[in-house]
Structures are given as C-alpha cells and as structure tokens.
Design a protein around this ligand. Structure first.
Ligand code: MRU
Length: 377
C-alpha cells in the first residue's frame, strides 16, 4: 500500500475504492466506507452494519466533509430501516453525531421524511425502507451533479477574476472526491482549472491538527497529477507576502443566512490574509450547505474536539474520539483549545459558488434569492 502512494506521487492512480457504497450481501445490507483515518498510507474499507457504527465512523472522521456527511447520514437512516431498527432513534443519533456541517442533518432528514411519508401512505416497513434508500441514492446522485456544476461556475469565476490564467490557488482542509458523490467542492474547481491547463499550482495547507490537507488533499492532488505544494498552516502568511497566491478556494460546513461561512479551523485567518493582500477569497459549497434557519455566524455551533488531538501526535493521525494514545508533543496535562471549525464573516468572502450560480457580493438578500430559486426548481 505504501508503494501505491509513492506511485501516486508520480502521477499514477492508486486503487479505486469508492468513498461510500451500499451493498446487500446475503447477511443483510451494509454501508461500506473508505476509512479516511487510514489515508494516505492505506486504502482500507470500513463496513457499517448499523447506524451506531456509522455514528462512530462520523465522530472519528473515518467519513467526513460536509456533503459526504449528508450522503452518509441518509444511507445511515436507510440502513436502520432496512435492518429493522428504530428509525427515529437512529436518525436522531446520526443527525447529532457532529454539530457543524448542516448537510448531515439535511441528509438524515431527507431519508427520514421519505421513510415516514411511505409509512403514512400505508406502505409496509420493507417498502418504507426502500423509499429511504431511494432518497439516499437520489441525494448521492444530486451531489455528484452539483459538484460538476460548481466546478464549471468556479472555473468561470476564477478566469474572470484572474484573466492572466496560470492560477496559483491556496486551499485548506479537504474538499475533493473524498467528501462528495462527485469531485467535491473547492477542490473540484481547482481540478477543473488543472484539466483546462490553467492551474499553475495548488498550495495545500496541512490543516492541523488532523492533517486533512496533508493526508487527504495532497493524496487527491497527487492522484490527479496536479502541481501541488504542501505548507504548514502558519506558512501561509509569508506565501501571501511573497505574492505567490492568486486566490483562496475553500469549502464550507455551514453558511448562515447572512453569508457567514463555517469551515475548517484556520479558514478565517486565511480570509483576513486574503483581504489584506487583495486576493479573492472564494467559498465553494452546494446549496444544501446554506442554512436559512441559522441567522448569522454567532449562531453556528462550532464543534469542539478533544484536546489530545493537539497535545499528541498519533499514527495514524486520527484516533477515535477520546482514545489518545499518541506521542505527546506537550507536557502531560496541558489543556488545549481545539475547535474543529471557525467562522468567516460575509464581508471577507469575495464570492460563494454554488451549483445554482455565484453569489457576489455576499449578502443575505442574494443568498435568500439563490435558495428560493433552488427550491422552486
Ligand atoms: O472535520 P472535517 O474533516 O469533516 O472538516 C471538513 C471541512 O471543513 C471541509 O472543508 C468542509 O466540509 C467543506 S468540504 C466540501
């Protein structure tokens, strides 16, 4: 497996394992995940036979990233239904597994509503379970389509903002095919630029403490044959100062009604840097990430993660929540501040790219129009 990664660095593709798939072996339906805690050194599958295994996979970040959390949540409800568990109980546990990415609750809600609607029209439980699965599959397909459309809109925007071509793009966390039914959100835009011959370099923030940038985005960039360079998060300032960044492209976990953007911790400092250096700061996210029920940035619940993720280095880097057991990099008993996300105010966001189009400038009114349009379609 280690060899496969070495090959990937040379532009060859390692084994293809879908990030998520539904299977129906004779023993009963299962949800099979690519365990993202083991990347990049190993491509290992994780088989969930019930919703509680999936809840654990979500908490440990074996499955992660806003759009994929939505898809996983929907399949999780379908799994509970197909295996005859209490669907409401499973849905509540799944929706509450992580608080910030709104897509999780949206995905769970879609499958749960399909199940409830089927029961309400008199279907048997087996048919209702099939309806939940159909809703999950539909969401999965829709996300793939949304991803392709965001890539198109995002590339057009990059070309408009940076007419010289040869884009040097900085990204944070991981937003490619590992988080999506398709090729992702922000990473999909960079990939479209790469395919069009217009990406000069992808700067990849390592994304402490769980290293989604170095473990996952670098893995995806290597697989795609992109020119990419990894940097520590705290090296971004000097990179901007050297004039090496033309645009920042990030995803989002929740966009409040006022346009505030919650994304992986470290996104907000990049927005501040980008503004100071007159560099566009672009957020790419499907409409399902926009949450009209959350009024503003202060109302977004930011997940706090265990301190050991900061005070220890673990191998593989991500351990099940609460486990620890890594190599200490701080004195024993050190307290850590470890929010998983931060919130960027709308005035620092140049544009929000969705599958329905681009919002720029980012205002509550423009976002509301976009969401209304997408609901009517
Ligand atoms: O904690 P994670 O790895 O789930 O965080 C993921 C991110 O912050 C991504 O940037 C976000 O989900 C957008 S990706 C489409």
């Amino acid at each position: 497996m280690a060899d496969q990664y070495a090959q990937a660095g040379e532009g060859k593709r390692p084994t293809e394992i879908p990030v998520i798939r539904w299977e129906e072996p004779p023993e009963g339906p299962v949800l099979v995940l690519l365990d993202q805690t083991r990347l990049p050194s190993e491509e290992v599958e994780l088989v969930c036979t019930d919703a509680s295994a999936l809840v654990e996979a979500i908490r440990s970040l074996a499955v992660r990233g806003a759009p994929l959390l939505g898809i996983a949540g929907a399949y999780g409800v379908a799994l509970a239904a197909a295996r005859g568990f209490d669907v409401d109980e499973a849905a509540t546990a799944l929706a509450g597994a992580r608080p910030t990415a709104v897509n999780l609750a949206v995905g769970v809600g879609r499958a749960r509503s399909a199940y409830a609607a089927a029961l309400a029209r008199g279907d048997a439980r087996r048919q209702a379970a099939a309806a939940a699965l159909a809703a999950a599959r539909q969401l999965h397909r829709e996300d793939a389509e949304a991803s392709a459309r965001m890539a198109g809109h995002g590339l057009a925007l990059l070309d408009e903002l940076l007419p010289g071509g040869g884009h040097r793009v900085l990204t944070h966390c991981n937003s490619g095919s590992l988080v999506s039914g398709g090729e992702g959100t922000a990473f999909a835009v960079a990939l479209a630029a790469h395919r069009a011959g217009r990406l000069r370099r992808l700067w990849v923030d390592e994304t402490r403490p769980l290293l989604q940038g170095s473990r996952l985005t670098a893995y995806e960039a290597a697989r795609s044959g992109m020119a990419y360079t990894l940097l520590t998060d705290n090296a971004a300032g000097s990179l901007f100062a050297a004039g090496e960044v033309d645009a920042v492209l990030i995803g989002a976990d929740r966009i409040a009604a006022d346009g505030s953007v919650a994304n992986k911790v470290g996104s907000y400092p990049l927005a501040v840097l980008a503004r100071y250096h007159h560099v566009p700061f672009i957020v790419v996210a499907p409409v399902t990430t926009v949450d009209p029920q959350t009024a503003d940035g202060a109302s977004i619940e930011v997940e706090q993660r265990p301190g050991f993720e900061v005070t220890e280095v673990t191998a593989p880097q991500v351990q099940p929540a609460g486990a620890g057991g890594g190599i200490p990099v701080a004195p024993l008993g050190t307290q850590a501040y470890n929010p998983a996300f931060d919130v960027t105010p709308p005035e620092l966001v140049t544009a929000i790219v969705t599958e329905e189009g681009v919002v720029s400038p980012v205002t509550a009114e423009a976002l509301a129009r976009l969401c209304a349009g997408s609901r009517e379609a």
